[in-house]
Design a protein around this ligand. Structure first.
Ligand SMILES: Cc1cc2nc3c(=O)[nH]c(=O)nc-3n(C[C@H](O)[C@H](O)[C@H](O)COP(=O)(O)O)c2cc1C
Length: 158
């Protein structure tokens, strides 16, 4: 199984969180790619079936927007919609609860769009609050272990 971590970030917190997840998952997954999203990404990158899984790990910027590097893929999922049935994904949404209603909206936007296109979310979102005293990398490392367990329990035809 190949796990791809798709990272949306402005100041690299999400990148560091993704790298912590990569280390935590290394013993459980045959192949892991951690990838900073960019303008070359298109919906074609998502592959369905049990041999692939994706985690979108993104922060929130502006007024509840995605970081600049995550916007091209997000908008391409709208402009070039493609049925994503059988694509397995999880979301790590970073934000700051001080922003109120837009808290962690970047990750939630991706979650909604992927689900609308038929992709299968595994587990619950992990929401990381920059205001919290909790260690983000530790939280993400613990989360991915249980996320991988949930992924393994999915029937092959989901
Ligand atoms: C200019 C600016 C705008 C932000 N807007 C939001 C927001 O609307 N909602 C939110 O939850 N967090 C917001 N944040 C907080 C970031 O999402 C948070 O600090 C995150 O950990 C940054 O991760 P990154 O370094 O990977 O980009 C904002 C931060 C900055 C600097």
């Amino acid at each position: 199984m190949k796990l791809t971590l798709l990272v949306g970030t402005m100041s690299d917190t999400a990148w560091q969180v993704a790298q912590a997840m990569e280390m935590a998952a290394a013993d459980h997954v045959a192949e892991i790619e951690v990838r900073r999203l960019d303008a070359s990404d298109s919906p074609e990158l998502f592959q369905a079936g049990p041999d692939h899984a994706y985690i979108v790990c993104t922060s929130t910027f502006g007024s509840g927007d995605l970081p600049d590097n995550a916007q091209p893929l997000y908008h391409a999922l709208d402009a070039q919609p493609r049925y994503l049935g059988g694509v397995r994904y999880g979301v790590v949404a970073l934000g700051d609860s001080g922003f109120g209603e837009t808290f962690a909206r970047g990750g939630r936007l991706f979650d909604e769009r992927l689900a609308d296109l038929g992709a299968v979310r595994v587990g619950e979102l992990l929401v990381i609050d920059a205001c919290s005293a909790d260690d983000a990398e530790e939280a993400a490392s613990a989360w991915i272990e249980s996320w991988l367990e949930a992924l393994q329990k999915l029937p092959a035809d989901v």
